[in-house]
Design a protein around this ligand. Structure first.
Ligand SMILES: [Zn+2]
Length: 141
């Protein structure tokens, strides 16, 4: 495992406005997700309406930053030149305490030691281009 960081800047999708708010929180070292103001359901990735109740009313709330490993994949080939110094690397899907799932890279552990259900917590790392990128590291046992 390499802990050298790639430097791709997050690229907002078609819902640019909402994605940018997520990345703005990350740049402050805060993991925040949308939360429905009607039913309290958390959601990720950002979107305009609640998938549970259909409400368009939402706000950002800070996550605990903790969850457990739901799944992962290991990339053995760099998908772009920015990743040539870091592969192989693992990308995790973590079931967050807020009952949503989030994908991010692994740090602080060799991917061969990953286990389903392993407790994880978010760690932000600075991008050379500015901002911060969330990763997951194992919670100290
Ligand atoms: Zn709702």
């Amino acid at each position: 495992m390499s802990d050298n960081l790639p430097n791709p800047a997050p690229a907002p999708t078609s819902q640019h406005y909402l994605d940018q708010q997520f990345w703005d929180h990350c740049a402050q070292g805060v993991l925040a997700f949308q939360c429905c103001l009607e039913c309290g359901t958390w959601r990720h990735v950002p979107r305009y309406m609640c998938a549970h109740c259909g409400s368009p009313a939402w706000g950002w709330r800070e996550s605990s930053g903790r969850g457990t490993v739901y799944s992962w994949t290991v990339c053995h080939m760099p998908m772009s030149p920015e990743f040539e110094t870091v592969f192989p690397y693992a990308v995790l899907v973590v079931e967050m305490e807020e009952e949503l799932r989030m994908a991010a890279g692994l740090t602080g552990l060799d991917y061969r030691e990953l286990e389903l259900g392993m407790p994880m917590e978010v760690e932000f790392k600075p991008l050379r281009s500015g901002g911060k990128l969330p990763f997951f590291r194992p919670v100290a046992r």
